[in-house]
Design a protein around this ligand. Sequence first.
Ligand code: ZN
Ligand code: ZN
Length: 657
Amino acid sequence: MQRRTITVSGIVQGVGFRPFVYSLASQLKLVGFVQNRSGQVSIEAEGSLTALDRFTEQLRSKAPALARIDRLSSHSIPVRHENHFQILASETTLDADVFVSPDMAMCADCRRELFDPADRRYRYPFLNCTQCGPRLTIIHRAPYDRVNTTMAAFEMCAACRAEYENPMDRRFHAQPIACPACGPRLQLLDEIAVPIESADPLASFVAEIKQGKIGALKGIGGYHLVCLANDDAVVNRLRQRKHRQQKPFAIMVRDCTQAAKWCRIDAAEQQRLLSPQRPIVCLRKRNEAVGISDAIAPGNAFLGVMLPYSPLHELLLDCVGDDPLVMTSGNRSDEPIAYQDADAAERLRGIADRFLVHDRPIRVRCDDSVTRVIAGRESPIRRSRGAAPMPITLPFHCPQPVLAVGGQRKNVFALATGTHAFLSHHIGDLDDLSALDSFQRDIGLYEQLFGITPRVLVHDLHPDYASTTYAIQRAKQEFLLAFAVQHHHSHLASCMAEHGIESDVIGVVFDGSGFGGDEAVWGGEFLIGGYRSFKRAAHLRPVRLPGGDKATKEPWRVALSYLTMASCDVEGWRSGINQAIGSNAVRIVQQMIDRGFNSPWTSSAGRLFDAVAAITGVRQTVHFEGQAAMELETLALQSDCAQTYALNTTDPVDTRP
Ligand code: ZN
Ligand code: ZN
């Protein structure tokens, strides 16, 4: 007989770890207990030496699918001669590594119940278990217990409580556990968010969608706007109302077979589509993609596709049938996605004809993740719902807890301690006041959730980013160390961390823009260095950016600048665009370039792509960031020409030839 105390850390809360430990201990006839202590799971187990060894081994080898064990330590303590194994209530102290699971797509067991007429949760849109359901989006504070989530207001019925308290049940301590008797409910609202009586709100909502209406659907991390993706008229109406002229919409389809009607899907892409993270996957559109509106992603070779991830989505698609649905962020233009009910009702008024909502509040706004597979390998574009706040493992040790506040656009912040970096969900553009509010509030939430108090703040070298201002002010108030990192150096370091690289590298950073610290805007950089430092070994030959930021919306300006720099005979090309742009505007911009008036220098690769797109006649102005380059890529993908331009490797890299 022996007794051991075992401490397990990693992702072990909210993933069914304690019931797993309980059933494993029972099988091996061990006595003792298991308990959540802050983020770690603490176990005392007593029994024969063989059973204990097997227990320790199987803790790792048979752990639940969503669990991730980072550390397991074990040592002997005096025997206590108990007679059973039990699960003790959580103990709260905030001194250990705490992990909170991301929101996970519905598991296979829950799916079976959802469509089983004999099950008490038959067609219940909010069923979940320890292996699936909302997590980050419903949490107020650590530890992850029901009272600390937005489910606190729902009192469990006797049947749910029995499952919740039964260590052998697959819903043991599933914090968002719910059923039709005690959990959240759907409600249908009209176009001004006034409740409409309906015996089956989902069916009524779907009936409206099928008739070409636009719906607002409250999901896991926010509201989506939903409509038929095969109806040009309604897709164009959505574009008008949302003030989103050409930026692609994502679609949701029932399964991979449906997706394969419109897109080519390889094995790696299928694996991403079906993963529990359920991101939007950018798939190559089929040439003969009939049955999907051209207005979904005009001029784009790709289509953003996702599969249902919540039981509500499953039911929605089940009712809709084979029709693909537009499933786009519930917002106007480029605002952050709406996630609070009152705000959604306000902001989506005039866009949505019907709202399908429910009474489980969303605590953390979390956009869909977006990913793309390139040459068989995943290349994430936006890491958010389903992935955040899963930490990444750093190839080095942080001597002090660090908060990195991120950039101004597409903001994500990170908290790091030891060898873990917790990347936030997608916060968005900090120009927007509500995004800035989320930024500040969610930094506070993450610090509390993971028990990390930063001693060091890291910000972009750009003095005018809202994140920079936050870091500098906070460092002053709290007497913390703050330092700036050049934008492209941080891209290089992030890429190294993502791939676990420790040694120095040659980093080619192609970007739109970043503050370089000199007079120029950087963005086409060849850096040599590592985490600590870098040398700017080469960069694209700088070009004038007539009108500064305005040039990013009007690629023809950059094209004119490039052609002028290359001493090309621009007359022919200029007269070509005179008609589209207006000869006066073209003449003024030419003067700006020649005199250098309001025309900063830039080495941006994004602007080079824009210029090529404009010179080749792809487009002269854009509706959204990256549009010209995306359409150029679409054309390039259709070409089988293998020739390339010669590239000199001097500094600066001369683009003029
Ligand atoms: Zn489940
Ligand atoms: Zn219940």
